[in-house]
Every structure is written in C-alpha cells, then in structure tokens.
Ligand binder design. Structure first.
Ligand code: 6GU
Length: 227
C-alpha cells in the first residue's frame, strides 16, 4: 500500500518511522510520503488560507494549492481521505475497507477547513472519504490522519505477527474485548479469575464471551442497541 500525506506540518509525521508502522515501511509493505502543502504556493508568503466568503470567524484553506499538490499525487486508483469533524464516523469497518485500497492520500486541513470545492472536484475524479474520529474538535487533520493510518496499516495483509489476534480484539465482533491477564496468578491480593487457570477451553471461551457482553453493556450500550 502507498500512502501520501499533504499537510502544512510535515514534521507531525516523524512518528511514522517508529513502531509497527516503521517496520511495515522498512519491509516495503507500506510506503509513505509526506508533502508540504506550501510547496504548492507561488506567493512570497506561501499563503494557504484566506477569509471565509459569507463572513465568520477563522480562516479557510484556499483551493488552488490543494489542487496543485493533489494533481501531482493522485491517480484514478487513489482514495482521497479528508479528516474533518464534519465527516462520516471512522470505524473499524472503515479501516477494513481502506486496508484493501492500494493508494491512500490524506488531505490534512487546518483552520476552519478546506474550501469545499476541493472535495467536490476530486469526487468527480476519484473516491473521496470525509471522515471524523468522533464528536470532538481537533485543530487540524494531522493527528486524525495518524490515527487512521495506524488503524488501517495494522490491517494490511502481512502486517501483524499473529493474524488471529486481529479477529479477537475490540470491535471486530461488534463487542468490546474481554479483559486479559498474565503472570503472576496473584498480584497485590488480586487473583486472576480462576476459570482462566482451569485448562477448560470451553469454559474459558464462555466466560470471555460473558465478559465481552457485560463490558459492552456497561461502557458502550449503543454497540448492542441498548442505549
Ligand atoms: Cl477527522 N479532524 C478534525 N480536525 N477534528 C476532528 C476529527 C477530524 N475527528 C474528530 N475531531
């Protein structure tokens, strides 16, 4: 998979070099390139924003630098991802869909967002996804793009050491994951649930499923239609 990121803060993406994703990049499984939007400006001040038509607070990113930058990156096989608090909710299902694409391009907006004609224009040429991480506001799309890249990157075939661990985790079954324990069997007077030491695999599976349902009901009743 190839990932291109356009931003006015390229230095945000230095963390791509570490951890799981760094390994995927070294192995060539995922190739990333970060582009400075200001390289697609032509005025002395490298201006990327302007005041909003219709008035209002804040600044809006002008469409021309975005058009120039994206035209040099996208092909008909690209998916353009625009992180925005006004986007569709990003879920594990979205991550799975995006993990099957061969080219993701992230347009990281700052200020009050990007002139909407950028999304309109590229929607006529390629797949465009405006996505939101949740109901809160970040200053720009950079941190959101990093989260999306991590969620998608670990689902790219060949990425995780133990593929079974992907199926067992939170959200893959529509339920949160069960709690996990390791050695020692007793720590500060807290014992590991005895069933996990029983060797009875059927009982362990049943207990874990009960824990998943109880946990989901307690912290995310919306996931099982209980609100
Ligand atoms: Cl994707 N972008 C921004 N700027 N803020 C957000 C968000 C995305 N998701 C939640 N808040």
């Amino acid at each position: 998979m190839r990932i291109d990121i356009v931003t006015i803060f390229p230095e945000f993406f230095g963390v791509l070099d570490v951890s799981l994703l760094g390994k995927a990049r070294q192995s060539g499984l995922i190739e990333t390139q970060v582009h400075d939007l200001r390289d697609s400006t032509h005025d002395r001040h490298r201006t990327v924003d302007d005041t909003p038509y219709g008035g209002g607070a804040g600044m809006v990113m002008r469409p021309e630098p975005w058009g120039e930058a994206l035209d040099g990156i996208v092909t008909e096989r690209s998916t353009l991802i625009v992180p925005s608090p006004a986007g569709h909710p990003f879920t594990q299902a979205t991550a799975r869909e995006l993990a099957a694409r061969d080219h993701l391009v992230f347009a990281c907006g700052r200020y009050e967002g990007i002139d909407q004609r950028v999304v309109e224009h590229y929607s006529e040429r390629i797949e465009v996804r405006e996505v939101s991480l949740g109901d809160y506001v970040l200053n720009g799309g950079e941190v959101a793009a990093m989260a999306i890249i991590e969620a998608v990157g670990r689902l790219v075939p060949g990425m995780v050491g133990n593929p079974a661990s992907l199926e067992e985790e939170s959200h893959e079954a529509g339920l949160l994951e069960h709690p996990s324990y390791t050695k020692p069997a007793v720590w500060r007077d807290h014992a590991v649930p005895p069933v996990l030491l029983s060797g009875n695999h059927g009982a362990i599976a049943a207990w874990r499923h009960e824990q998943q349902v109880a946990r989901t009901r307690a912290t995310r009743p919306d996931l099982i239609g209980e609100q």
